[in-house]
Write a protein that binds this ligand. Structure first.
Ligand SMILES: *Cc1c(COP(=O)(O)O)cnc(C)c1O
Length: 220
């Protein structure tokens, strides 16, 4: 068995002991098609998530679940709408407008999560906790977008207790809005997927923990 399959299965088993409802969406930036196929073949992951449009266009093939987890520019929306199951990074009204427009044009609907920037880092995408309710309310007029929940990002250099506090805060916001449709909480990467699952994540997004160290260090 390859490293990738061993890692994916191990994470699945680990999550089963914590929270069986936490699905794995493997983060695929910098990974090859072969690596991605290997990961999907294990059956341990629910799908994969790409965070760069250019790489997505090179690697996408229909069949498995592809999510989009990275920052999305409005002029690139056309390359992902209708192909990805879930966009995790809806964080601006102009992005919602672009998604809505593309959906109308092609008579589609698109699932998306509201991205919360839990530490309000100005250089990063995502809405703050303070702006979350207003942003969510403003999304109601986009009838082609199904807002399915929250994606929570934490700072990469945050310590475990801060990360836990942020995950718990995201969980509280999620619980407050939870419905049959608003039912996904995406949080946790390689360093903290177990903690995220403990805090109620329904989706975790490990990359390196499955595929190993990135050969080309990703731009953030
Ligand atoms: C890269 C990335 C991940 C995975 O990061 P790892 O540290 O490799 O687990 C998860 N989510 C997003 C949005 C990413 O960009």
């Amino acid at each position: 068995m390859s490293e990738i399959s061993i890692n994916a299965r191990k994470i699945r088993q680990e999550l089963d002991a914590i929270n069986k409802d936490a699905k794995i969406i493997a983060a695929t930036k910098t990974r090859t098609r072969e690596e991605i196929e290997e990961c999907l073949a294990t059956g341990a992951v629910a799908g994969v998530g790409e965070n760069r449009v250019q790489e997505f266009r090179q690697k996408y093939s229909p069949g498995p679940r592809w999510d989009f987890i990275g920052r999305l520019q409005t002029n690139k929306v056309k390359y992902v709408v209708g192909k990805v199951f879930l966009i995790h990074s809806l964080d601006r009204l102009d992005l919602a407008e672009a998604i809505q427009r593309e959906c109308v044009k092609r008579d589609l609907r698109q699932n998306a999560l509201i991205e919360i920037n839990t530490m309000s880092e100005p250089s990063k995408g995502g809405v703050s906790f303070d702006d979350f309710d207003a942003f969510r309310a403003a999304l109601a007029r986009f009838d082609r977008i199904s807002v399915c929940g929250i994606m929570a990002m934490t700072a990469l250099d945050a310590d475990a207790s801060t990360v836990r506090a942020m995950f718990e805060k995201a969980r509280a916001a999620f619980d407050r809005c939870r419905t049959d449709l608003f039912c996904e909480l995406s949080m946790g990467m390689s360093a903290d997927y177990a903690l995220a699952a403990e805090c109620g994540a329904t989706i975790v997004r490990p990359g390196r923990a499955i595929f190993g160290p990135r050969r080309i260090e990703a731009r953030s």
